[in-house]
Design a protein around this ligand. Structure first.
Ligand code: PA5
Length: 470
């Protein structure tokens, strides 16, 4: 198939290519963009698809902006052979204590949280409990955590690529003091693992001087693309999940959507092109929707990935998220009838892990007798299909991302797909998807207001502003 040929392909042929591609690859994620067809013109979609394909090529041959941070593209090829050290560390920590506190924020937190929440059985007793800290400056949160930790042995996995991020640095100080008081310096050191830069940063230096076990975040992998490094893998292994299956899922998706598949049938291209076509005609907010509460943090991870990668230079789709059907009883009204600038990306999970049937009732006083005997997943799927049609009818374009089930392998596929599509989207938009210069502004102000040496003049200016005098 030549590049010229692709330009004139009608949408139906693209769908057929896509189905053939799906059958040939070990790809379990699907993308269906029929729900945007009444909103976006074919010609516009084809032209953005062409830009998505050249963006994919730029990404793979390292000629795009920020190419020094594209090491994540090829992480899956090595990771399958590199999980042994992570598993050994997790096994060691699990013998030391029943609880591990994972300290980190942003890309050093959300991937692990997304995975462990997605796979978690919320009501089952845990073999090993994972808790999170350093993702907030809340005193109450950390005080409550310490009260809980007073009553248990625990480990700390502290994750920070720069090693200087304020929130995890504060939490780590507090937790390290707590652990030291609990068990003494020598024992404490064996309970702490640091995941950080190979050579520099305050955390790196502390880990070396204190002799903590360490794992490296590669130089060419930015935080929000780091889930397939020890940043995501160590917490996942600690919680008892299959990191090899996760890595295999990432690899199978990488082989399916990375280089060699620069066609409109590539689902990362399809998704990136669809969302950017919608953006170009005024749909500036994308809502990621799932019908599974276990995916709430996957949506948080997705929002960070897309928000930090695309939102710059006064451009970018605003990433939002809701969980249905819960939020149909809150945000559903706005989505159906509010301002028409929204589009949706719906994660459809084909199969649930459990089977639960709606029981019959002799009196049928609740009026739902017609649902009796059906599985809850069937009801959930009908709610999903009905909502999709209602929203399309109400003026909201819908992209459908399908996954077979929520497990390590499928989450690996899904996350790599979203990462690749995000980088392609950034290039379509013309921004560097691998930096986050805007994050510095709040930090500078916070440091100045807290009295950091060297920020005196800035502090004075900000104080005046706060008092309404600036
Ligand atoms: O994606 C990113 O690069 C950021 O969200 C970082 O992960 C986040 O700011 C935390 O940085 P660090 O790992 O240096 O503490």
């Amino acid at each position: 198939m030549t590049a010229d040929c692709r330009l004139v392909l009608p949408t139906e042929i693209i769908y057929i290519c896509y189905v053939l591609n799906y059958l040939m690859m070990k790809q379990t994620i699907t993308v269906n963009i029929k729900g945007i067809s009444s909103f976006a013109a074919d010609a516009e979609l084809r032209s953005v698809t062409d830009r998505a394909i050249s963006s994919l090529r730029m990404l793979c041959d390292g000629t795009g902006r920020g190419s020094e941070f594209t090491g994540w593209l090829r992480l899956p090829d090595q990771a399958v052979n590199e999980t042994a050290a992570v598993k050994a560390c997790a096994a060691r920590l699990r013998t030391l204590a029943p609880v591990t506190v994972v300290v980190g924020i942003g890309g050093s937190y959300l991937g692990a949280r997304a995975l462990t929440e997605a796979l978690n059985d919320p009501f089952a007793p845990k073999e090993h409990t994972l808790l999170f800290a350093g993702h907030t400056l809340s005193e109450d949160y950390h005080a409550a955590l310490l009260r809980y930790l007073d009553g248990t042995d625990y480990n700390i996995v502290v994750i920070s690529k720069s090693g200087t991020t304020t929130e995890p640095a504060i939490a780590f100080r507090i937790l390290r003091d707590h652990l030291r008081n609990k068990m003494g310096v020598a024992a404490m050191k064996s309970h702490i693992v640091a995941v950080t830069d190979a050579r520099r940063g305050a955390l790196h230096d502390l880990a070396v001087s204190e002799g903590y076990e360490t794992f490296v975040i590669p130089d060419d992998v930015g935080g929000r693309y780091s889930v397939l490094t020890p940043v995501g893998l160590l917490p996942l292994a600690l919680a008892g999940y299959d990191i090899d299956a996760f890595a295999r899922g990432m690899l199978d998706m990488a082989l399916s959507v990375r280089e060699g598949n620069d066609t409109p049938a590539n689902i990362a291209v399809t998704y990136a092109a669809a969302r950017n076509t919608l953006y170009s005609i005024g749909y500036s907010t994308e809502i990621l929707i799932s019908y599974e509460p276990s995916l709430v943090f996957l949506a948080e991870w997705w929002k960070q990935l897309y928000g930090e990668s695309e939102g710059k230079e006064s451009k970018g789709i605003f990433p939002a998220s809701v969980t249905f059907t819960t939020d149909l009883h809150s945000m559903g009204q706005y989505i159906q009838q509010g301002e028409r600038k929204l589009f949706e990306t719906v994660i459809h999970v084909a199969d649930s892990r459990n089977k639960l049937v709606v029981p019959g009732a002799t009196d049928n006083s609740d009026g739902i007798g017609f649902i009796a005997g059906k599985r809850m997943t069937e009801v959930n799927h009908k709610a999903e299909a009905g909502t999709r049609l209602a929203h399309i009818g109400g003026g909201v374009p819908v992209i459908l991302v399908g996954m077979e089930r929520i497990d390590e392998y499928n989450l690996g596929q899904l996350m790599y797909f979203f990462e690749l599509a995000c980088a392609i989207s950034g290039y379509i938009l013309g921004v560097n998807p691998f930096d986050q210069p805007g994050v510095e502004s709040y930090k500078k102000n916070m440091f100045a207001l807290l009295g950091k040496p060297g920020f005196e003049a800035e502090r004075e200016r900000l104080e005046k502003q706060l008092q309404g005098r600036g």
